[in-house]
Write a protein that binds this ligand. Structure first.
Ligand SMILES: Nc1ncnc2c1ncn2[C@@H]1O[C@H](COP(=O)(O)OP(=O)(O)OP(=O)(O)O)[C@@H](O)[C@H]1O
Ligand SMILES: [Mg+2]
Length: 429
């Protein structure tokens, strides 16, 4: 009987390599739940295992098949684990795992397990940036001028509309046609634009050329239950790595104007999203927020929400098991969180890529990086009651910096871009 209990896990958190998984495991582990943390082969390498696996709240490590080569085997393994261990909630936080598991949702329902993935119709819109922007247009929400591009002529049409530099991005972040999830990139001339467009076309989805918005990045996370918004938490990402389109490395919680909040709520509920959802904006030079996209999942800024007292993973659990979810109506502004390894990379990028969009001068980057130590209290991974993940992440980072230093000749020849953060760190969004 005791053995049977030990073999049961309340929650299987996927995408263990991400910081979202660690934050979720800590939240749900502290709520007294037994947590299993799963990750697919290919998302980590030996010696660079997910730091979340070192957490005291990780009761079980689940090594899953590589979804980039066999998505069905991955889904089958998740379903088997759920069946064998009585899991009540599966919590994916990656674009790829969400897209894959959505196709198997009936199998989880049969087992009485909640899968934290938005309904199919809503997911289809929210994971496709072009379709999201179409809904936004109908609701009167502003977004950057955007055109679909497939060849040089289209890119010239985009240049005529808004000029270089602009942003090129795939409409869908993960389609399964290329192994890696792809990210937006800024382009400063036609040569770069053609290269980016060609590489994004390989994913098999539409490619968007978009006017560059140069202002603040605003992220608003929501929790929606049965069509009702029960909580939100917003922050601005002060720095990201890579400087454009990357992971936030420094955030600060902010109040959101009633108008922006209402528009965002309208957007997510019109689309029919459920559960944890993030709406991202970036302001133009005049400070007007322009919609970037919706992420139908927990956001990379989750750590910031947690420190403002908005516990999204717990809400997901409560909704999953049919418990009442307590709404959160306010949170404090000015709470700062920082991902130190990511900020090191940001400083490095700024020094060596100075002049490109979204970079600052080397002197300013050194000052920003250093003075941040006096402003920020909370660091990603660092939790005095659960320090092993932070130690593992730092050890990884130091190891990679050392390796990079040893390979510095090659690095200089490659143009000096910021590649010193390990692959594991790269994926730790
Ligand atoms: N047109 C743009 N102008 C300026 N910055 C942009 C633009 N498009 C994207 N970005 C920057 O890149 C970030 C990520 O872009 P976007 O949300 O479109 O792609 P994503 O890869 O799906 O991102 P995420 O990792 O948040 O899911 C934006 O939040 C913004 O900071
Ligand atoms: Mg996205």
């Amino acid at each position: 009987m005791a053995q049977e209990k030990l073999d049961r896990y309340d929650v299987l958190i996927l995408d263990s390599i991400s910081k979202i998984a660690l934050t979720s495991a800590r939240s749900l582990g502290r709520a007294g739940l037994r947590i299993a943390l799963g990750e697919a082969d290919g998302q980590y390498t030996e010696g660079h295992e997910p730091p979340s696996w070192r957490s005291r709240y990780c009761s079980r490590i689940v090594k899953l098949p590589d979804y980039t080569s066999d998505a069905t085997a991955f889904a089958d393994a998740v379903v088997s684990f759920v069946r064998e261990h009585g899991v009540r909630l599966v919590l994916p936080s990656g674009d790829a795992t969400i897209a894959i598991l959505a196709q198997h949702r009936a199998r989880f329902a049969e087992l009485g397990c909640a899968l934290h993935v938005a309904p199919d119709d809503a997911l289809e819109i929210a994971t496709d940036k072009m379709r999201t922007l179409e809904v936004a247009a109908k609701l009167g929400i502003e977004y950057p001028k955007s055109v679909t591009v497939a060849n040089v002529e289209d890119l010239r049409a985009a240049e005529a509309q808004f000029g270089y530099p602009f942003v090129v991005k795939p409409s869908i972040s993960w389609t399964g046609q290329v192994a890696e999830r792809v990210h937006p990139t800024e382009v400063i001339n036609e040569e770069e634009a053609v290269k980016a467009t060609d590489s994004f076309l390989l994913t098999g989805c539409e490619v968007i050329a978009q006017q560059l918005a140069s202002g603040d990045r605003i992220s608003i996370s929501f929790f929606i239950h049965k069509g009702e918004v029960l909580a939100h938490a917003a922050c601005t990402a002060l720095r990201t790595t890579p400087p454009l389109g990357g992971v936030s490395v420094q955030r600060v919680s902010i109040p959101v104007s009633g108008e922006l909040l209402q528009a965002s709520e309208n957007l997510v509920t019109t689309i029919g999203l459920e559960g944890a959802v993030e709406v991202e904006y970036r302001c133009d030079a005049k400070g007007n927020p322009l919609l970037m996209e919706i992420n139908p999942r927990l956001a990379g800024t989750l750590e910031n929400a947690m420190h403002t007292g908005v516990n999204f993973p717990l809400m997901i659990w409560q909704a999953a098991i049919g418990e009442p979810v307590k709404p959160v109506r306010s949170y404090p502004a000015g709470v700062r969180t920082r991902w130190l390894s990511g900020d090191m990379r940001w400083a490095w990028d700024s020094i060596f890529q100075y002049g490109r969009p979204d970079t600052v001068s080397p002197a300013k980057s050194v000052w920003t990086f250093t003075s941040e130590f006096f402003r920020t209290r909370y660091y990603d991974y660092v939790d005095l009651r659960d320090m092993k993940p932070a130690v593992a992440e730092m050890r990884d980072t130091v190891g990679v910096i050392y390796q990079q230093w040893a390979n510095r000749k090659q690095w200089k020849e490659a143009g000096g871009s910021a590649i010193y953060i390990s692959e594991a760190n790269e994926k730790s969004k």
